[in-house]
Design a binder for this molecule. Structure first.
Ligand SMILES: Nc1nc2c(c(=O)[nH]1)N[C@H]1C(S)=C(S)[C@@H](COP(=O)(O)O)O[C@H]1N2
Ligand SMILES: [Mo]
Length: 332
């Protein structure tokens, strides 16, 4: 099923999204920072600089992690960035509670160092990678992705990381490997949520090998020019921008190559509601609500219009071919 969202798969900003007043304020703020010699950390990345110029996002106080502007097709959008404050305080991370405000508060006890990720299963070179090795494995890029949550909201976030394909190539999957399973940390000592029965722990996600190899699939270590806040999945997470947000597993500890479709946390919890594919699809409603439109976080004023949700979250030109000939109502 091919639904053309627009001519080239690129989402063009509406003129109403460009706010001269905000730009003006942002520039004044930037000049003030530069005059005070404070611009260094704030200018860690081009997107952070851009955000500042837009008068929207405010960087936090975490270690800088900059990335070069990505050349991957579809990895950049001109849309207004979600404010850092919103992106780091309105989260889904059930290991730290089911309320959107829980993770920002409770995830601070997460211990992210030392950290290792086991890469195993059907690969020629299984290995356990320390975080430092992973950070150096490939050049860090900045990718500005829309992330669309299955619950009906979306954000635009400048992530820092590199294509998961870089790591996959290093471990050399066997011909029999067809899927990749992602397992995330489940530590009852620091994660109050893993005592609850909303989901089976650890949180598990999965991709088909070709989806995992797609250049847009990002292994992210940072956002807004800094390392990831804990509530956003520190020290590393997946970001799969054409799939509902729950595919983007946080705080990864294991990446396993298999010949069987992985059983994912959400499909185990509610198989009729959350399938393995979970592609953003305005044509397939969730059994309990429509998926045709979304609310952009930060635009939730009284008169804010909902946005139409785009096929594959607007990344159809890049990923549509992965699903050629598939019935996407069946493989939801
Ligand atoms: N380990 C883990 N990863 C997770 C989740 C979770 O509960 N646990 N929630 C998912 C869901 S439902 C969404 S929408 C995104 C939210 O990412 P954000 O909080 O950085 O916006 O993370 C995903 N990754
Ligand atoms: Mo979500």
């Amino acid at each position: 099923m091919i639904i053309r969202s627009d001519r080239d798969g690129f989402v063009h900003p509406q003129s109403s999204e460009i706010t001269p007043h905000g730009v003006y304020q942002g520039r004044r703020e930037l000049m003030r920072l530069m005059a005070g010699g404070l611009a260094g950390a704030a200018l860690a990345s081009w997107a952070a600089r851009d955000a500042l110029a837009q008068g929207v996002a405010r960087p936090g106080k975490l270690a800088p992690l900059a990335g070069a502007k990505s050349a991957v097709a579809g990895a950049v959008t001109m849309e207004k960035l979600t404010d850092y404050q919103d992106a780091s305080s309105y989260n889904n991370y059930y290991e730290f509670g089911t309320d959107k405000s829980d993770p920002a508060r409770q995830a601070q006890q997460l211990k992210t160092s030392p950290w290792t990720v086991a890469v195993e299963g059907l690969v020629k070179k299984p290995a356990s990678y320390g975080l430092e090795d992973l950070l150096k494995l490939s050049a860090q890029e900045e990718r500005i992705y829309r992330l669309r949550c299955v619950e009906g909201w979306s954000m635009v976030i400048p992530w820092v990381g590199y294509s998961l394909a870089e790591l996959i190539r290093k471990v050399e999957p066997l011909g029999s490997a067809k899927y990749v399973e992602f397992v995330t940390l489940a530590d009852p000592k620091t994660m109050p949520g893993v005592g609850s029965r909303v989901l089976e722990w650890p949180y598990v996600e999965g991709l088909r090998l070709d989806e995992a190899m797609h250049p847009l699939t990002l292994l992210a270590f940072g956002m807004y020019g800094e390392v990831l806040p804990k509530q956003n999945g520190a020290p590393l997470r997946l970001v799969v921008p054409w799939k509902y947000g729950f595919k983007s597993a946080k705080s990864l500890v294991k990446i396993r190559f298999t010949d069987q479709e992985p059983r994912t946390a959400w499909s185990k919890a509610a198989p009729q509601e959350y399938g393995f594919y979970s592609n953003v699809n305005p044509g397939v409603d969730h059994p309990r609500w429509s998926q045709a439109s979304e609310r952009r976080i930060g635009e939730d004023g009284l008169f804010a219009k909902k946005r139409k949700t785009l096929m594959f979250n607007g990344y159809e030109a890049q990923v549509g071919q992965l699903y050629a000939g598939m019935d996407l109502k069946k493989f939801y």
